[in-house]
Ligand binder design. Structure first.
Ligand code: SAM
Ligand code: SF4
Length: 325
């Protein structure tokens, strides 16, 4: 166990069709009540315990993490946890103009911003709330000015929806300031209506880019790195491809996930998690919590992406907005 992904809220101001489709996450949807969500102090205590078990990288995610009030305060609390070498955040970028400087000042090391298209019509259709890409691009500029570099950009590629944006995105986010990462569309949760035909495989993404911008493969930075890395041959920086569908990497996975309501999940595709919040609020000691987490981690046998077929797609799985990406 080396990475901990912490979802700080299950709410989002976007309704990306591949993550929180409007028909399901509409007005009547039961989001978690405030009392069920871990407080910043609870998150920090658990993070300290995870760090004691080997975690050295923490990613804050959601839902949309910047919807959580005072998030920079959590960043400063986590910055005090011994043993963390990396503290980072994934956001849809909608609130970066307002928040980037405070996040940097609080000690956030790195930032990932999700951008699925540069074409505004496509971008608005994918977030399904009509949010303009220009506001997100402006937020990215503000984040650069605040000192985040390089910034990672996540693009989920969906067949027939934004595949024509692969090259424009590769051109726009070239250079040392950015690392653009293409993500194969995944069957997380049970609500996004995923079909294998909607996936644009990693190989095809690389071919499309390399036809115009020559690429060469790079070695992984560390064991368990999920993105396959490539470098622009002309020195224009690097890209990554996260191919969890076409080339699964379960055997190398070092990620634990903490949901907004304090459940420990050992896989992005798991249906259930271990309730740490109940133990925490019932007064469990650090030693007891450490022991529980260790037992859950040792017992894990998850390898969903290696056994995925069209028949496993409807298996119950927790939603991405609860677990974080
Ligand atoms: N709201 C933030 C955002 O969008 O960056 C953080 C949470 S979001 C669940 C984390 C990442 O998961 C995003 O980059 C998003 O594009 C990606 N994601 C969501 N649903 C996905 C799916 N079905 N397949 C692949 N990636 C997905
Ligand atoms: Fe919200 Fe991020 Fe999911 Fe889009 S991918 S609906 S921005 S949580």
């Amino acid at each position: 166990m080396r990475d901990l992904r912490i979802s700080v809220t299950d709410r989002c101001n976007f309704r990306c069709t591949y993550c929180m489709p409007k028909e399901v996450f509409g007005r009547g949807y039961d989001f978690l009540p405030k009392a069920d969500i871990l407080t910043f102090e609870e998150i920090t205590r658990l993070t300290r315990i995870f760090a004691g078990l080997g975690v050295d990288k923490v990613r804050l995610t959601g839902g949309e993490p910047l919807l959580r009030r005072n998030l920079p305060r959590l960043v400063s609390l986590l910055n005090e946890v011994d043993g963390l070498s990396d503290l980072t955040l994934t956001t849809n970028g909608s609130r970066l103009v307002e928040e980037a400087a405070a996040l940097r000042a609080a000690g956030l090391h790195r930032l990932t911003v999700s951008v699925d298209a540069l074409d505004d019509v496509t971008f608005r259709a994918m977030n399904d709330v009509g949010f303009s890409v220009h506001r997100v691009l402006r937020g990215i500029e503000v984040a650069r000015a605040a000192g985040f570099a390089p910034i990672k950009i996540n693009m989920v590629v969906k067949r027939g929806v934004n595949e024509e944006e692969i090259l424009p995105m590769a051109r726009h986010f070239r250079g040392p300031e950015f690392i653009l990462r293409f993500i194969e569309y995944m069957d997380v949760g049970n609500t996004n209506g995923w079909h294998m035909e909607d996936v644009v495989p990693a190989r095809e993404i690389v071919e499309r880019i390399a036809a115009e911008l020559p690429l060469e493969p790079l070695a992984a930075n560390y064991r368990g790195e999920v993105a396959r890395r490539y470098r622009h041959r002309d020195g224009g920086g690097e890209i990554g491809i996260i191919s969890s569908v076409s080339q699964p990497f379960c055997g190398d996975c070092t990620r634990a996930r903490l949901s907004a309501d304090g459940r420990l999940f050992t896989c992005l595709f798991a249906s259930t998690g271990t309730d740490l919040r109940a133990r925490l609020r019932a007064g469990a000691s650090d030693a007891e919590l450490t022991d529980l987490i260790r037992r859950v981690w040792h017992a894990r046998s998850d390898r969903y992406s290696e056994i995925r077929t069209s028949a496993t797609v409807s298996q119950p799985k927790a939603e991405m907005s609860l677990l974080g990406g």
